[in-house]
Ligand binder design. Structure first.
Ligand code: NZQ
Ligand code: ZN
Length: 395
């Protein structure tokens, strides 16, 4: 087992009506001037923004708003938010939405605490990693990214089309208000994208060079069994409160670090997916299901018994031969994606099959011009990434 630090400071308020705690929790974390960040329209339409504003009013908290966050959130809006937060003298950033809104809020929280620096300079490493950000609170409306408890933030630079993650413990939210009922209005496609992302956050921690961590394995396998069971139910009926509750809790625990303690993480499928989202604005979860099977077929021979264990523990595969069990595990995972109507190749994404020049460009970008390898299970250079994209590039 590798050494690890496990820091999960986020106070979770879970269950029906959790959003009504917005004023009390903002006050608890010293928010008196709050910037409320939200998305395109769902949170306004449902009346949630009205409820949050009322709660802040009742708690005597001043607020300003930053609406208009789009999926694959843009650097330009985050920059605008930084200016707004500084002008308003915000002391807490409240995200009302999903991963895109939370990541915009995290970016604003970093930028407002460092007004002298353009935030993208942190992402590119031009400027040393900061240790501070304004406190962040979350009212979660979609279970998927796990950003409500995670130490990461993902932005797309809309000038270059580069989508990149960044992070550190300093941006873990102080609190998250998680009412599963708020997610019952989600379109089925977004539920499916979320379920894929949640499964993937644990898969990307399950396949690393470190094996033998019994408790971490049990937690990871239990989470994957749960999300694949309840995820299907939630997809079939987003109004199923119990299924949406389980999915929501899986989402937070799948990406707060718990399922990979003592063995690090790989995240190469995320790198493959981010290039597709950055270039074509595809939904995050869909990019992951589109590439995972190709990645797995490319990588599984690195540790066949590990894939076999995944198949037996998560999918109940009753197959004595490790090689057969490993292949069945990959097939079961892709069948699961199909059962959610999610793509299992690039040709099934809305962009369709791509010319090889595009695949090469993405492989090159993901590896910073073939200067870094991605992942640790089977580290991949630009040529490997190109091969995986090519394997996935069919209908
Ligand atoms: O903009 P609105 O109108 O609110 O619509 C949103 C959006 O179109 C809609 N939606 C959200 N809650 C809803 C709802 N529609 C109806 N009812 C509700 N209750 O859902 C759409 C998708 O929202 P988004 O926030 O983009 O979804 P998600 O939570 O999947 O976040 C995806 C983003 O998070 C990043 C992804 O790369 C992507 O940019 N990630 C962030 C991570 C992190 N910070 O730790 C980790 C992840 O791996 C991921 O990379
Ligand atoms: Zn993800």
């Amino acid at each position: 087992m590798q050494n690890f630090n496990f820091y999960t400071p986020t106070e979770i308020v879970f269950g029906r009506g959790a959003e009504k705690e917005a004023g009390r929790m903002a006050s608890k974390y010293k928010g008196s001037r709050v910037l409320v960040v939200y998305g395109g329209q769902s949170a306004v339409k449902s009346g949630l923004i009205g409820t949050i504003e009322q709660e802040l009013d009742d708690a005597g908290i001043s607020y300003e708003t930053l609406p208009g966050v789009k999926p694959n959130p843009r650097l330009s809006l985050a920059r605008e938010g930084v200016k707004k937060a500084i002008a308003f003298k915000a002391d807490l950033i409240l995200a009302v939405g999903g991963g895109s809104v939370i990541d915009t809020a995290k970016s604003v929280a970093i930028g407002a605490a460092h007004p002298e620096t353009d935030i993208w300079d942190f992402w590119t490493g031009k400027v040393k990693k900061p240790e501070t950000a304004l406190p962040i609170g979350v009212v979660l409306t979609i279970a998927a990214a796990g950003s409500e408890t995670s130490d990461s933030v993902v932005l797309t630079n809309d000038e270059t089309g580069k989508k990149m993650g960044y992070g550190g413990d300093f941006i873990r939210p102080k609190f998250a208000l998680m009412d599963p009922e708020l997610t019952c209005t989600l379109p089925k496609y977004q539920v499916a994208c979320g379920v894929v992302d949640i499964l993937m956050h644990t898969l990307e921690r399950y396949f690393t060079p470190v094996v033998g961590n019994l408790l971490t394995d049990e937690i990871a396998e239990g989470l994957m069994r749960t999300i694949t069971t309840v995820g299907k139910k939630a997809y079939e009926n987003p109004a199923d409160y119990d299924a949406m509750s389980e999915v929501m809790w899986c989402g937070s625990l799948s990406h707060n670090g718990l399922t990979g303690l003592g063995r690090g993480k790989d995240f190469s499928c995320h790198k493959l997916g981010h290039e597709i989202s950055g270039m074509f604005d595809e939904a995050h979860g869909a990019t992951l299901s589109a590439v995972w099977g190709s990645w797995a077929r490319f990588a599984y021979k690195t540790d066949v018994p590990r894939f076999a264990k995944y198949g037996r523990q998560v999918w109940g595969i009753d197959e004595a031969d490790d090689g057969q069990a490993a292949i069945k595990a990959i097939d079961c995972t892709e069948d699961f994606f199909r059962s959610l109507d999610m793509p299992t190749c690039i040709g099934e994404l809305s962009i369709g099959v791509q010319p090889e020049s595009v695949l090469r460009k993405m492989a090159d970008s993901a590896t910073m011009g073939d200067t870094v390898k991605q992942g640790c299970f089977k580290p991949m250079d630009a040529g490997d990434m190109f091969d995986i994209y090519r394997m996935a590039n069919h209908k």
